[in-house]
Design a protein around this ligand. Structure first.
Ligand SMILES: CC(C)=CCC/C(C)=C/CC/C(C)=C/CC/C(C)=C/[C@@H]1[C@@H](COP(=O)(O)OP(=O)(O)O)[C@]1(C)CC/C=C(\C)CC/C=C(\C)CCC=C(C)C
Length: 635
């Protein structure tokens, strides 16, 4: 016995599996483990009878000396381990690739019937969705795929009946074909809608690697293909065409299995109005089947399109939160993305208004829309909420708000959020509007000619209030979503309040970092968030900061603000470890916070070295950001 079969594992498959485990560790969540176990059980159960049949019929064999000798249904233990390790490797590649997308946003949609022409004319919808999937094309491609697989099954059954050289190839096709056809018919629309790389990489990367390992195994005689039952055609070197096809179809099976699972989860997590109950951490087969059997016609197209817009917004506007989003899962991830889009759109509504007057009016309309949306929810019976959208005319029309803003309010999970922090957030934006407007000087530069008393941040207390409004409230909202989606966690009400308070403080810390980073950028907009009381000590005024933010004294004050931010961060960060782990909440929040705090660290480092003038934006390099994030997830 020379353990050559084991050698394939110890040298090639196990190290790869271990490497991938390490790579996936920071990002892997409970549901990922569930998916892997699920697929492992199915893969092993489906392969044993087939492989045993192949061995009994001498399609392939192995020399006694190449195995330990333990067998199950005549299959050597090393071969059984192969099913496990291959399924594990391909599943992990698929899971890692899937982290970059929110599956529910890739569900197919039927074209939405356009609303009445007057609304359509007034507010043309820009085509800015992640994917513009044409439902008819999807169906055509689906049919084409199904015909192709049916043809392969027919060829396979012909070859099997004939016997001889086509036996091995025939047995591969008649065994794998029907399972692929089944998975394809369940999920072809989803498989065709997600980015190509999410399908092709999990299929082809492990396939290429296993072709390479198999070539070596065949060369070493670890296992032998019966020349009378195979075509004796080589893809390259020692690699029989049947072996190459075997790895290709089994990796397709595993990938399609994983994607069908994702598809089911995308439906049950994405449509809370249809599946209006708590989704268990490990959903049952029945629940998954009911997700898969929901017809595309029954999908709420508007919700899917709005979710896509929210994701595009997140990806374009925030690297920190976009990266953090990959760790959250299920409904929490969707709700956080929707919350982000709402906060961002509200912020942009004010910042991008042509005049302060317009901004004020827009804010007041938004405020009204928010109160009514929350009010409407509270006054409705739960049952009536089944079709929230049908209860009212579009918010964009009712309150004359930009369509994006209105859509993000319509999709905001108001039923899981308190109103007070949302109002607080809008109050914060109102404070932004209190800054004196910029006016053009003769030299074509901008300056504020109003007195310094008009600047709203006069004391440290004002600054704290402002930071609470624009960021503490965001933390409060975010944590409410976390607790809503982890109802079974055994956290007491008191503990919950303490955690929310720590979250609010953390939000304030992040906002201080944000202000420190953007001193020069804010000055260009005529804003100075450094308290007037602090400036006085250095004989400065807010308008002097706006006119010349690049002054050594301002750097000292920035350090003061960053020091407060960092002490707030250190005081409150331990509370993150008390958060529920459900839906990746603890890890995700830890990652998001560390990522943002790193901006503060970079600012302090560069300040310390006297490297950076105040006008520069401290951006953390992509690699440093990723490193900090991964370190935070591994903690
Ligand atoms: C994963 C994911 C999608 C999270 C979404 C988080 C979310 C809802 C963020 C909303 C951010 C936003 C647009 C708020 C509007 C007001 C504003 C601009 C606030 C500043 C954010 C940074 O935005 P900006 O776009 O300028 O930043 P970058 O361009 O990306 O650099 C703020 C600095 C506030 C952010 C504050 C929070 C997200 C709250 C932080 C608190 C926690 C994470 C809770 C910690 C928990 C404990 C227990 C300590």
């Amino acid at each position: 016995m020379d353990f050559r079969n084991n050698f394939s594992h110890t040298k090639y498959t196990v190290p790869l599996a271990l490497g991938l485990t390490g790579l996936a560790y920071p990002f892997k969540t409970g549901i990922d483990n569930y998916k892997i176990i699920y697929l492992l059980v199915i893969a092993v159960a489906a392969t044993i009878p087939w492989d045993s049949h192949l061995l009994k019929n001498n399609v392939w064999g192995y020399p006694e000396r190449a195995v330990i000798g333990l067998t199950y249904w005549k299959i050597p233990i090393e071969e059984l381990f192969f099913f496990v390790v291959q399924t594990y490797i391909t599943s992990l590649v698929c899971i890692l690739m899937g982290k970059s997308i929110v599956p529910s946003a890739y569900l197919p949609t039927l074209p939405i019937t356009p609303p009445s022409p007057s609304i359509e004319e007034a507010k043309p919808k820009k085509p800015k969705h992640i994917i513009q999937n044409d439902y008819k094309t999807l169906r055509r491609l689906g049919l084409f795929g199904a015909i192709l697989v049916i043809a392969l099954i027919a060829i396979g059954s012909r070859l099997t009946q004939k016997g001889g050289h086509g036996t091995y190839m025939g047995l591969i096709l008649v065994w794998a074909g029907p399972i692929i056809l089944f998975l394809w018919s369940l999920s072809f629309q989803y498989i065709l809608s997600i980015p190509r790389r999410n399908v092709l990489i999990p299929i082809f990367l492990p396939t290429l690697y296993l072709w390479f390992v198999d070539t070596l195994a065949l060369k070493n005689g670890t296992w032998v293909i019966n020349p009378e039952k195979s075509f004796e055609l080589k893809l390259w070197g020692y690699l029989d065409i049947e072996e190459a096809v075997f790895f290709l179809v089994t990796n397709t099976l595993i990938t399609f299995g994983q994607l069908a699972f994702d598809h089911a989860l995308a439906v049950i997590n994405g449509f809370p109005e249809t599946f209006n109950f708590e989704i268990p951490s490990w959903p049952s087969v029945f629940l998954m089947i009911s997700g898969l059997s929901l017809r595309v016609k029954q999908y709420p197209s508007k919700r899917i399109l709005d979710l896509r817009d929210a994701i595009v917004k997140l990806q374009h506007k925030s690297r920190s939160f976009s990266l953090a989003s990959s760790v959250f899962e299920g409904r929490l991830r969707i709700d956080l993305v929707l919350l982000y889009a709402f906060c961002r759109n509200a912020d942009d509504l004010i910042d991008e208004a042509e005049t302060p007057e317009e901004a004020r009016k827009a804010l007041s309309r938004l405020s009204q829309a928010v109160s009514n949306t929350f009010g409407q929810h509270q006054s409705c019976e739960k049952s009536m909420l089944q079709s929230r959208d049908s209860l009212k005319a579009p918010i964009s029309m009712l309150y004359d708000l930009p369509e994006e803003m209105a859509a993000s309010l319509e999709t905001l999970p108001v039923e899981n959020l308190p109103l007070r922090p949302v109002q607080g957030l809008l109050e914060g934006f109102e404070m932004d509007l209190q800054f004196p407007p910029l006016e053009k000087t003769n030299q074509n530069a901008f300056s504020t000619n109003l007195s310094d008393d008009k600047f709203p941040i006069k004391t440290e207390r004002d600054l704290e209030r402002y930071a609470y409004c624009v960021a503490g409230t965001v933390a409060e909202l975010l944590l409410n979503l976390v607790f809503h989606h982890s109802p079974s966690s055994d956290i007491t009400t008191k503990e919950r309040e303490d955690i929310i308070q720590a979250g609010v403080n953390m939000g304030i810390a992040l906002q201080y970092i944000n202000i420190s980073r953007d001193i020069a950028k804010d000055a260009l907009m005529g804003r100075c968030y450094l308290p007037t009381a602090w400036l006085v000590e250095y004989k400065l005024t807010p308008s002097m900061v706006v006119q010349k933010p690049d002054q050594p004294e301002i750097r000292v004050l920035r350090k003061k603000l960053l020091d407060i931010a960092m002490s707030l961060y250190y005081e409150n960060k331990t509370m993150i470890e008390r958060l529920p782990e459900h839906c990746g909440a603890r890890k995700g929040i830890r990652g998001a916070v560390e990522n943002y705090v790193e901006i503060g660290r970079v600012l302090l480092e560069k300040d310390g070295n006297g490297e950076m003038p105040i006008g520069d934006q401290a951006t953390v390099s992509k690699t440093r950001r990723l490193w900090v994030f991964v370190k935070a997830l591994c903690r």
